[in-house]
Design a protein around this ligand. Sequence first.
Ligand code: ZN
Length: 237
Amino acid sequence: MIDAGLPVRAFFTTRTGGQSQPPYASLNVATHVGDDPEAVAANRAVVARHADAPVTFLNAAHGVRVEWITEAGREPPPADVLITTTPGVALGAIAADCVPLLLHDGGTGAVAAVHAGRPGLYAGVIDAAMAALIDLRGKSTPTTSISASIGPSVCGKCYEVPEQMRAEVSARHRAAFATTSWGTPALDLPRAVEARLGELGVRTIVRIPVCTLEDQQVFSHRRDGLTGRHAGVIVHP
Ligand SMILES: [Zn+2]
């Protein structure tokens, strides 16, 4: 587990400590990738023990859908942002190259887990998550009490895309414009997430310096194809 560096219990899982067999070995938390459901349940129990709470996992819709979670342990509909103000509720964003983003608002106590892939980022998922947090606040409360942690994701030196796609995404998110280490068009999603959070007034942003494609301690769909998923987990105290 990698600590997310936030003022509440929050972390990113890695590949180790679970029961799944290759190609999902070992701490795969996703039910939709073809892994043995019993192994996934056991892995999720490991994550819940680390969170000290049952975890509600996000099932990505790859858009800007926000789902409020008011009680623990219920499977939510597909969404890109899970948010709660309920004490003891833990939220998990599943990914394997896309950006798992955890948010905490010290002003209201709200926490959120976000799945920010290329389509979601482009559609405005960071804005949707921030809008949900800001909706909870009085007008006078500054956004400076919001902190964020950007989890393991594919970096701009590794995430090769067609030239046209780079042009489209970076027209909306300038910080996404990147070039691979081998000189071809690329996108830097974690840098774009960080830049957008900054534009929206978040001053405390933790970046976990792990590229999923380069680092075998986490899952990478790009690197391995059929494989598992890790998660970012945040717990409302
Ligand atoms: Zn990389």
